[in-house]
Write a protein that binds this ligand. Structure first.
Ligand SMILES: Cc1cc2nc3c(=O)[nH]c(=O)nc-3n(C[C@H](O)[C@H](O)[C@H](O)COP(=O)(O)O)c2cc1C
Length: 307
């Protein structure tokens, strides 16, 4: 049995040991997890989402657990890309496991600058554009096809050496249009969704429990059928590889996403359940493939049929 996947891209084939990578900002800065498992077990490494400069602590409530999922609104809680390069990268197994950075920015010019800075960091294999851009006030670029293509094109030109992934935002979005615009702008792959939006109220204080505006991204197992549908729709819309995401909490979920046509998957809030969730999932996936008689992901990719 073979867990490898090879993802075609404009910068050459991207070989992964397995199709599993953490979703942005759900495995900290990675290095904290090295004491729980060998990071080399991952298909690819994705740390905290990054702005070009570092954030500072605030008193805002950033994460809230609900039944079957989480509401999160981390905003600018990251270390800068330059600090990450100096303080973290030397301790990561980037030579043997691709390192990908999810990029956040206040506008497309800042995103372009960040991409150019990352292009100079040889240890980083890929970049993921967080399409919630612009972060902060302003109309999201994805709402305007020309602006979205412009954003992706700028990043493509600023980082010609990197595997370029675009992460579709959350909420109620036209995944087909966003994915095709990203492909037209020069993206190598699309991560098919981010999260739903949600709110939770603390009935004792009568206050919303998370996020500056009282809401945040809603992710976790309850959202898997939505994530799977977004993945299926993105796969149908584009010719570039799709990375599935949303609510993955067991090996069966991974197989579903691959059968919907994904090349790889990102696992988010399940990592908050225990720090060694990823290697356990990889192991479960091997056992499940054996049980189902699946020899490779090629064999099952996109094979789900409508009855
Ligand atoms: C605590 C937490 C923080 C997150 N922060 C970010 C972020 O900064 N940038 C981003 O692109 N996605 C962020 N996400 C979204 C995840 O990357 C992922 O899209 C989402 O959790 C869906 O996957 P899941 O259902 O497997 O959790 C965050 C999710 C969680 C749970």
């Amino acid at each position: 049995m073979n867990l490898n996947v090879t993802i075609p891209s404009s910068v050459g084939e991207i070989p992964l040991k397995n199709p599993l990578m953490p979703a942005a900002a759900t495995l900290g800065n990675l290095i904290e997890h090295a004491r729980y498992f060998d990071l080399n077990e991952l298909g690819a490494m994705l740390p905290n989402s990054m702005f070009i400069d570092s954030g500072s602590p605030t008193t805002a409530k950033k994460i809230c657990k609900t039944n079957n999922g989480f509401i999160s609104a981390l905003s600018k809680n990251n270390m800068s890309i330059f600090e990450f390069k100096e303080e973290i990268i030397p301790y990561l197994p980037w030579k043997t496991t691709p390192l990908i950075i999810d990029m956040k920015a206040t506008d497309m010019y800042q995103m372009e600058k960040l991409a150019a800075a990352i292009n100079d960091i040889k240890e980083i294999k890929g970049i993921e554009i967080n399409l919630n851009c612009p972060y902060g006030p302003g109309t999201p670029y994805w709402q305007n096809s020309e602006q979205l293509k412009d954003l992706v094109r700028r990043v493509r030109n600023a980082a010609p050496d990197k595997w370029l992934i675009a992460k579709v935002p959350g909420g109620d979005i036209p995944v087909e249009q966003i994915s095709t615009d990203c492909q037209a702008g020069g993206a190598d792959a699309v991560t098919s969704y981010s999260s739903l939006n949600g709110s939770v109220i603390d009935i004792y204080t009568r206050k919303y429990r998370c996020g500056g505006g009282g809401s945040g991204g809603f992710s976790g197992p309850a959202f898997k059928p939505v994530g799977l549908l977004m993945c299926r729709r993105a796969v149908a819309a584009v010719d570039i590889p799709v990375i599935g995401i949303g609510g993955i909490s067991c090996a069966e979920d991974v197989i579903e996403y691959i059968m919907a046509g994904a090349y790889a998957v990102q696992v988010g809030s399940a990592n908050l359940s225990r720090p060694d969730f990823m290697p356990r999932l990889i192991n479960d996936l091997k056992n499940l493939m054996q049980k189902l008689g699946i020899n490779s992901f090629e064999e099952i990719r996109g094979t789900a049929q409508v009855e």
